[in-house]
Design a binder for this molecule. Sequence first.
Ligand code: 2P0
Length: 352
Amino acid sequence: MAAEKVYRASTTAPVNIAVVKYWGKRDPKLNLPTNSSLSVTLSQADLRTLTTASCSASYSAAEGDSLILNGEPSDVAGARTQACFRELRTRRAALEAADPSLPKLSTMPVHLVSENNFPTAAGLASSAAGFAALVRAIANLYELPASPSELSKIARQGSGSACRSLFGGYVAWRMGSEADGSDSLADQVAEAAHWPDMRALVLVVSAAKKGVSSTSGMQQTVATSGLFQERISKVVPQNMDLMEKAIKERDFPAFAEVTMRDSNSFHATCADTYPPIFYMNDVSKAAIRAVEAINAAAGRTVAAYTFDAGPNAVIYYLEKDTEAVVGTIHNVLGDIDGWKPAAIEGLKSTVS
Ligand code: 2P0
């Protein structure tokens, strides 16, 4: 008997760091958010997930789908991963139904092998790049004629922020209003080349796993924070408008102010959650003070901080201000106990 053919496709997906933050779900099953968000995609030379998807009639049906993540077997039974598989298989099955000459890939087990090129110790959320790469690798394997925005709707079901990692440059996740999530998707606000001198510096304050996961943290905030209502109804809609304008006009001071205000607003709603959630620590706060000192010394806004659901800082700045920003950050923070020189630094914010 001839050996069964193995079908294979690979892709990479980048990490994104939000400048207007996603925090809150109106539908936890479909990962539909309570607000729109906007992110900058970091260079894949520095941070990316590489995923290969394969399928074959020779793969054991009893063992089913599988994932090897950074060399270790990883669970694919979770509801979010299953949702991604289901969506992709349904689309492939429709192609096969329309064209019976196509191989029946939708009926075969899928094997995934995935690797990050950044150390797990960097403490960066990898679920965004991970689910974006998983979805695109299988979409490529299945030869789905799906646009990045279409794929973003599938990746969103894996992890909300993953929908933004289907694009390079400056990316918005539009919250949408439909109950089925059909209009909750990502689109590109501007490509990387529009503002190529943007840089991001990732400060690894702690590689420890975060105490409260994003998924449960945001649910607690939705349920208990009064400030959260103000954030989703007023603060974020305004920040989205201001941020899109700042990016279109390449206005760094405006970009920086919205970035810092939105990070502060997000962490304020975390503190307003009951019981409160604290992601930033004293070193994070020292990084904020360092950015303020840098901007005061420059007499203009040359750096912007932002923090996600953990203590690590991401500092945005422009290439021409590298010395003022990166040099000073090293000088100010270098002596603080608990701060390690960045495992990853001077990252370009763009993707190829
Ligand atoms: C963001 N974060 O916009 C915000 C800022 C963390 C703080 O997206 O439950 O891992 O998988 O949809 O995408 C982290 O949330 O949450 C996140 P799920 P996800 O980047």
